[in-house]
Design a protein around this ligand. Structure first.
Ligand SMILES: [Zn+2]
Length: 197
């Protein structure tokens, strides 16, 4: 195989849920159909990677020129609720289902002895300040229902202390399931029936 093509396939195959076969199909579609899609894709990737950054407060991806993200700017979302999620995909899932109207906090991973993820690797340090500054009264954990998710949850509770209520999504979230595999109805139920900790 041509080295340039091979290199391109390898790059696509590194993406989540894209195997080698899918990567080959993508590359063929880009190289065989010369309608500008390859150039547009390359330009869009560069534009997004250069101009989208994590919000300094909550970690949500936002425009580089904006100081803070749309959620942190929106005063109608300052309702005292803070939802802790692992990544931006979880925020998109929750936004799509319209179950939550407060603020988010993306921690960027889960504590794990197996993969060596330590508290310092997560976006947790500014949580106590946020709780004070934004008058947070309830922290809602929307983390995966796994050992790592629970460990992370307990750690955050110990760091934050007892000045807020804690809750977690109710049953309905499959064990080991990520938020983006859950349908809107199940997510609404899990959110509405959340359990106080
Ligand atoms: Zn933000």
């Amino acid at each position: 195989m041509n080295q340039k093509i091979e290199r391109l396939i390898k790059q696509f195959a590194k993406l989540p849920r894209v195997g080698n076969r899918a990567a080959q199909r993508i590359v063929l579609a880009l190289l065989q159909t010369r309608d500008g899609r390859a150039e547009n894709l390359a330009a869009a990737i560069l534009d997004a990677t250069e101009n989208v950054v994590p919000c300094a407060i909550c970690g949500c991806l936002t425009d580089k020129n904006a100081n803070v993200c749309e959620f942190c700017r929106d005063m109608s979302r300052a309702n005292g609720q803070l939802c802790i999620v692992r990544d931006m995909g979880d925020v998109w899932t929750l936004e799509k289902s319209s179950v939550f109207h407060g603020r988010y906090h993306i921690i960027g991973g889960l504590l794990s002895g197996a993969t060596g993820v330590m508290p310092d690797d997560l976006n947790i340090a500014n949580l106590p300040n946020r709780i004070k500054d934004e008058k947070i009264t309830e922290i809602i954990f929307a983390l995966p229902n796994t050992v790592e998710g629970k460990t992370t949850q307990h750690y955050i509770m110990s760091v934050v202390g007892g000045n807020v209520r804690f809750s977690e999504l109710a049953s309905g979230v499959p064990l080991g399931g990520d938020l983006d595999y859950i349908d809107d109805g199940t997510l609404s139920l899990a959110f509405g029936g959340r359990r106080e900790l």
